[in-house]
Design a protein around this ligand. Structure first.
Ligand code: TXA
Ligand code: MG
Length: 314
């Protein structure tokens, strides 16, 4: 059973240090008061998430975020350009910041963003507290772009949901680390590497986040993530017996099984917005596995391929 709540009920739960699910333009988030250890512990418990993994904290304005983290000139420029929107900046925490150490996993930095969703913004503004929110799924499972996906992940233990339609971007935010000497892209997303590079010619791509023993630089980027129950076979050029197909572009491979085409016209933005929905649907079918057609590794295609390689690594 799913329990939907109103905005005012959501605020009541949050004040009582409870976690609730709220919509954003990227994916649904499991949100709680970022200044409360008890509230953040509730997120980790519900997600069954390793506690070394820091959370992204959400704000409604740059001024509000400036109370908690330090903005360089570059950070201010990028946040003005891309917020509200699907870009998370890793910035130095202010020394007296009241953010829970559980939320930042004890790091001196914090991932921050302003989500571009009217309900999320209304919630953030009305409660006037920073909300930590990872994607609203059990750790390692497929991210939710609809309320029904939240239920699919948590089952009857699903937390209370503030409904807000389908997430239009459909992939988690781009993560850009501005806390070190050179800007580093830690997670590809809707705001692409190419776009960011126009503002930062020295932009580099984060140390491979796939290594489970990598330093704590991007601890959430474990190699196996978004794991569906079925086997994923990448770059498929043919269909094997009883596989279902995740297709891309105008010419899906011939198959007798089920096809979900991310974008018949080969549009990467459309493909990203359908990606997690497609995994949820295909994974629920009976099959011997999910064959995935190649997706061009450019722009948003990088972000899709990043999620695909994690979904395939089990
Ligand atoms: O689109 C999104 O970003 C969604 C919505 C709900 O806003 N949230 C999301 O959060 O994807 P989550 O917790 O699933 O992903 C957070 C990622 C993790 O991979 C974590 O390692 C990284 O951000 N991260 C957070 N704080 C960090 C920090 N201080 N340094 C390095 N990486 C950090
Ligand atoms: Mg996640």
């Amino acid at each position: 059973m799913m329990t939907f709540i109103s905005l005012d009920e959501a605020i009541g739960f949050l004040h009582n240090k409870k976690a609730i699910v709220f919509p954003t333009e990227t994916v649904y988030g499991l949100g709680a008061d970022a200044t409360s250890d008890i509230a953040i512990a509730e997120i980790y418990r519900l997600k069954n998430r390793p506690s070394f993994n820091p959370l992204i904290v959400h704000f409604y304005s740059i001024e509000q975020a400036q109370l908690y983290v330090e903005f360089s000139d570059l950070a201010l420029k990028l946040s003005t350009l891309f917020w509200p929107g699907p870009l998370t900046l890793i910035l130095p925490l202010k020394s007296d910041s009241p953010i829970s150490k559980l939320a930042s996993a004890g790091l001196q930095t914090l991932g921050v963003r302003i989500p571009n969703h009217p309900i999320a913004l209304e919630l953030l503004k009305k409660i006037n507290l920073p909300l930590a929110a990872p994607s609203a799924n059990v750790s390692g499972k497929i991210s939710p772009t609809k309320a029904a996906h939240v239920h699919a992940s948590f089952g009857d233990n699903a937390p209370n949901i503030l409904e807000g339609g389908t997430s239009v971007v459909g992939l988690e935010s781009t993560i850009l680390d501005l806390s070190g000497p050179t800007p580093t892209l830690l997670r590809p997303g809707f705001v692409s590497f190419e776009t960011l590079k126009e503002y930062m010619p020295n932009l580099s791509i984060g140390c491979s986040t796939d290594k489970i023993d990598a330093p704590l630089i991007a601890p959430g980027q474990l190699k196996s993530h978004y794991a569906p129950n079925h086997k994923i076979r990448l770059n498929a050029t043919e269909i094997k017996d009883n596989e279902v197909l995740l297709a891309f572009g105008p010419h899906p491979l011939a198959t007798k099984g089920y096809i979900y085409n991310l974008s018949e016209k080969g549009d990467l933005v459309e493909a990203a917005s359908h990606f997690f929905e497609a995994l949820h649907i295909l994974d629920a079918l009976e099959s011997t596995g999910i064959a995935v057609m190649p997706i061009p590794n450019e722009g948003l295609g990088r972000a899709i391929n990043d999620r695909l390689s994690r979904a395939a690594a089990i």
